[in-house]
Write a new protein. Structure first.
Lengths: 305, 305
């Protein structure tokens, strides 16, 4: 199955979904939003697979556990929510000992503790195959409500919470999910749309554009680059890495111009970078340092500059 | 890792768990019970793995989807709850086409529809490896509250909702989770303790005994046998199959003698079988048709008759 098929499949699954009592946001955002007993619960699940999301030969069990919890926390952050409880299902390779399993769990538990998340259930299995970890995380929206992908408006400013690119060098395993940053921003300004950067800046920007029915221009020189992105010596520039590498797990969000100015005026303790503007004209564009504007491909991997 | 190590690991994980606001039942029952916004939510997660829970060469994608949803529904049934919403994470083998993925999803969706469960979120992945499906299901307790494993009392009668044994012949894939039966029973009588039979009658009875701090005697001649258990010709008797085969997904529950009589008096539309009695003396026992009482091993696989 190709990536194109995978996207078609997800679209098809989304079409199959039935309406449910209290369901405010279903498949297609970073988390579902489900009203129950007067609360807005946020629900998300992520599965990590050996050799896809990590290499067992290169990383510790604890860091896999960290990542498994962190990617879910990042989804709750993308909705500007507070995480509450988690369930964990694992398929452990039979040839790994119980110490490995404990370290894996400890990696999850440590990050869960840090964000006051209780692990309240699970399913522990062993098999003669690769490691798979699924975490399901449930949080709640704040009184200001959840932030969706669909709220971007022409004229909005685009921001990210940190430098991008080259996360494969380590950040994809060790990153801190932007829960506190999202809550802080949500208090200070009216967040119109938000997503966490997991597929890459360009791809995730397009998710916001698709759901909001708008376009955008990114300012190439304003995109903050990680040291890793600047140090990689391959056939792609640091800018290309920042646009196309996945798993930065920074937040990409849009706010009104007025709120954007407020954020830049230093009223915000969270580091934010103004990297572009939302427009009524559809599709994504990239304004290069020399002023040229070029189309921004959905997948950074394909773009041609 | 051996089964013994696996159980030790689960105990250890249970010890690591922190208390959480609103958490009424944590790791160690069929589902967690979490109070939120005045509701008692029931939460469970189960992972199915190729070559462990099903053989891709022998079963349809739809029946794998059915089973993945059904095992979770069975956990909600074991708490006498109503299922509400589900999240689905899959690792799809790259060499299977999109039709396979659709059929798998359709298997889940059909059963979800049947029990009015909405699939509200998911994570769809592909990899060059075996099929893994994780479903997380959330339900709610009825006004009578959730039924735990820990409420069995000496003098209680033990019941099951259907015949046992030999589910490997097909029932483990095609079974109907006992949601309606559990709700009906919960209305009619005071269910003291309940569990779904996934590990096998003997093992799951011991889970109730452990959590309730009691013992029990099963009546060998009263245990209902499936046709499959009666037809298997191997070195184990049909009785042994009924005690030790897993994945029957019938409910095992205890009620007071008075409520037990009520169920047998024909006031109950749900088929129930009176198979034993709870006692103050610890451990499980088996009363053979000739009156001999022998110890009941935790795992049916090991017992010596």
């Amino acid at each position: 199955m190709s990536d194109r098929h995978e996207l078609a499949l997800i679209d098809w699954i989304r079409q199959q979904a039935k309406p449910a009592v209290g369901l405010q946001v279903g498949i297609g955002d970073d988390a579902a939003v489900w009203q129950v007993g007067g609360k807005s619960l946020l629900l998300t699940t992520d599965m990590l697979m050996e050799d896809v999301d990590f290499l067992l030969s290169e990383v510790s069990a604890a860091s896999i556990g960290h990542k498994a919890m962190a990617v879910n926390l990042s989804d709750i952050a993308a909705m500007a929510g507070r995480p509450l409880v988690a369930l964990v299902a694992v398929a452990l390779p039979k040839n790994r000992g119980i110490e490995f399993a404990r370290e894996l769990h400890q990696g999850m538990q440590t990050l869960a503790d840090q964000f006051e998340v209780a692990i309240i259930g699970g399913d522990t299995n062993t098999w003669s195959n690769s490691l798979v970890v699924t975490v399901t995380l449930i949080g709640e929206a704040t009184d200001r409500g959840p932030v969706q992908r669909s709220g971007a408006k022409p004229g909005d400013w685009l921001f990210v919470t940190g430098p991008l690119g080259g996360s494969i060098r380590g950040k994809h395993l060790s990153f801190t999910p932007r829960i506190h940053e999202a809550l802080e921003l949500h208090k200070l300004v009216d967040l119109h749309a938000m997503i966490d950067i997991s597929d890459g800046l360009s791809a995730d920007l397009h998710h916001i554009l698709d759901e909001s029915g708008v376009g955008a221009t990114l300012f190439a020189e304003s995109i903050p680059l990680t040291d890793a992105a600047q140090q990689i010596t391959d056939d792609r520039s640091p800018l290309e890495h920042s646009l196309s590498d996945g798993e930065d797990f920074e937040l990409l969000f849009t706010v009104s111009t007025a709120d954007g100015r407020k954020l830049l005026a230093g009223e915000c303790a969270v580091p934010v970078f103004h990297i572009g503007e939302v427009e009524a004209v559809p599709n994504g564009r990239l304004r290069m340092p020399n002023g040229t504007i070029i189309p921004l491909k959905r997948s950074g991997w394909e773009h041609s500059f």
